[in-house]
Write a protein that binds this ligand. Structure first.
Ligand code: GDP
Ligand code: ZN
Length: 268
């Protein structure tokens, strides 16, 4: 990414040709000047392109559009690589019948990520979301149409972010948020609202790091027979045993295998 300046970057800024009086008149804000230095970044995300965020809010709608778990897995890996904390907002619960919602709870609650079950439409989960954003620098990520802008508007109506209709034909949102923007929150903290996206590449991730980025493997991987076990075909693999015993979600393990194959180019 070279020296390109990202949303969230901290810089040394020299206002151009303004007297101190003018600076005061402009409430200390100056629109033109020279960026003299780019300060070291604590974290960098490539998608969305943003620097220094502390937490990522993964927004998935449970319907319209239906959740894309593979995309969710890729976003979780991307955040994990940078040690960015994550929580997931499962949105549009108002569109889901109670029985179906229960099966979502059963599937997702045991995963090692904090979850907020929300409906921007009904106001469900908004207080919880708001509390998690307080005083932090967060980025919202997820597919278009999942409800990122609607959730932010529910947290802080003054933001008045544009929201998009989900096309009923393809169940996908149009790309309503055009570029990443830094939004200050009344309750302290900043949020980056970004365009939705549907693809995240894992290129550059060392496959040997992959297992460590699945937090639910951590308690088991130390008991694999091989110290550098890839949890794919090795004998006496404690991770695969935990999958068989139902202690690790088998869909997550399948996702691990898929990503491992993608990164190594190996089938098995
Ligand atoms: P974004 O692309 O992720 O920012 O999604 P938007 O916030 O633009 O929302 C896409 C569409 O989903 C809009 O028509 C919203 O009104 C709708 N929407 C957002 N949240 C909810 C929700 O909780 N329930 C329902 N039923 N619709 C929602
Ligand atoms: Zn193993």
């Amino acid at each position: 990414m070279g020296d390109e300046i990202l949303v969230g970057d901290r810089v040394v800024f020299q206002p151009a040709g303004e007297s101190v009086q003018e600076m005061h008149r402009n409430s200390g804000e100056s629109s033109s000047g020279i960026i003299e230095d780019l300060l070291p970044r604590k974290t960098v995300l490539i998608r969305p392109p943003v620097a220094n965020v502390e937490q990522l809010v993964l927004v998935m709608s449970l319907q319209e559009p239906e959740p894309d778990w593979q995309l969710a897995g890729r976003i979780l890996l991307m955040a994990g690589q940078e040690n960015i904390e994550v929580f997931c907002c499962l949105n549009k619960i108002d569109l889901i019948a109670e029985k179906e919602l229960e099966s979502f709870y059963r599937l997702l609650d045991p995963l090692p990520y904090a979850l907020v079950w929300s409906s921007a439409k009904m106001g469900t989960g908004i207080a919880q979301l708001s509390e998690k954003l307080q005083g932090r620098f967060s980025v919202f990520a997820g597919p278009s149409g999942a409800g990122k802008s609607s959730l932010l508007n529910a947290v802080q109506p003054g933001l008045a972010l544009k929201t998009g209709e989900v096309s009923s034909r393809i169940g996908r949102g149009r790309h309503t948020t055009r570029h990443a923007r830094l939004l200050p929150l009344d309750q302290e903290g900043f949020v980056v609202d970004t365009p939705g996206f549907s693809r995240v590449s894992l290129s550059g991730l060392d496959p040997r790091r992959l297992g460590g980025l699945f937090p639910e493997f951590n308690g088991h991987a130390g008991r694999c027979s091989f110290r550098d076990c890839n949890h794919i075909h090795e004998p006496d693999c404690a991770v695969r045993e935990a999958v068989s015993a139902g202690e690790i979600n088998s869909c997550r393990y399948e996702q691990y295998r898929l990503f491992w194959q993608e990164l190594t180019g190996k089938e098995r």
